[in-house]
Design a protein around this ligand. Structure first.
Ligand SMILES: NC(=O)c1ccc[n+]([C@@H]2O[C@H](COP(=O)([O-])OP(=O)(O)OC[C@H]3O[C@@H](n4cnc5c(N)ncnc54)[C@H](OP(=O)(O)O)[C@@H]3O)[C@@H](O)[C@H]2O)c1
Length: 253
């Protein structure tokens, strides 16, 4: 089947590593043509694409910084050309910075966190809605936002800025779900807990999960693939009556 004949077209932002990479691979196994977006790590994105293509799936790697509006519009336009109109979006790209108390945070840091995590997710959702909305000539679709349990826990002493950005993602999920429900688009979110990925390196504590896992009722960190399964369910027709909803993938945390 050529890319244009495949009617399931997924964009995963930050699909080169961690939860995004696991989501891209699982989606390809379920028949999606996948755009694996990344910011800098082209080698990692290429590895994901290669692994999908070698397994008989369809994927392309596309560089774009979701924090930059013109790069987001270019990303979606390239997907239109190369894979066909997007039917599914996973707003996964997200960053955090060194663990720090709020009283030490400067405005530049706050801008970086909110620009990527919040504005990036809004911009990608906007581009997806413009293409999916039945009121704008589209055939519908599904969006999953990757929030965090930090949105309800607050991440004190670590990154309250990051937690607050995920709180905004939760509100985006609720509001956009209601706004586009009658246009054939469902919008949901997953809230992962402590998942074993590279993101903890950016916080300055690569072994963070080892330190915090005892506080998790299931007594361990999670795996990226365990989050990917929840994301793929929310995107699927099995979740046809689910919108504005959240799945916590957090071991009971
Ligand atoms: N891991 C956890 O414990 C955890 C818990 C709760 C929520 N989450 C959320 O899950 C999502 C994925 O986290 P992860 O742990 O898988 O992260 P990760 O391993 O650090 O991977 C981050 C991914 O996002 C991409 N990215 C970062 N900034 C970007 C930007 N401005 N534009 C485009 N892509 C960008 C990276 O691209 P490059 O490879 O090019 O750098 C990479 O593919 C994030 O939203 C995070 O907040 C994670």
């Amino acid at each position: 089947m050529s890319a244009h004949e495949n009617n399931k077209v997924l964009i995963v932002t930050g699909g080169s590593r961690g939860i995004g990479a696991a989501t891209a691979c699982l989606a390809a196994q379920q028949g999606y043509a996948v755009a694996v977006n990344y910011r800098r790590n082209q080698a990692a994105a290429n590895r994901v694409v290669q692994s999908i293509n070698q397994s008989g799936g369809q994927a392309i790697a596309l560089a774009a910084d979701v924090a930059l509006e013109h790069e987001v519009t270019q990303l979606f336009a390239t997907v239109d050309d190369q894979l066909g109109t997007v039917t599914a979006l996973v707003n996964n790209a997200g960053i955090l910075e060194s663990q720090m108390r709020v009283h030490r945070m400067d405005a530049a840091r706050l801008q970086r966190i909110f620009q990527t995590n919040v504005i990036g997710s809004f911009l990608c959702a906007r581009e997806a809605v413009r293409r999916m909305s039945t009121q704008q000539g589209g055939t519908g679709g599904a969006i999953v936002n990757v929030s965090s349990v930090a949105a309800r826990l607050g991440s004190p002493g670590e990154y309250v800025d990051y937690a607050a950005s995920k709180g905004a993602i939760d509100t985006l999920t609720i509001g956009l779900a209601k706004e586009v429900a009658h246009e054939g688009i469902r919008v949901n979110a997953v809230r992962p807990g402590f998942i074993d990925t590279d993101i903890h390196v950016a916080g300055g504590e690569p072994d963070r999960i080892e330190r915090v896992k005892a506080s998790v009722p299931l007594q361990r960190g999670g795996k990226a693939i365990e989050v990917a399964h929840a994301i793929l369910w929310l995107l699927s027709t099995a979740a046809a009556y689910t919108t504005g909803s959240f799945i916590d993938v957090a071991g009971g945390k």
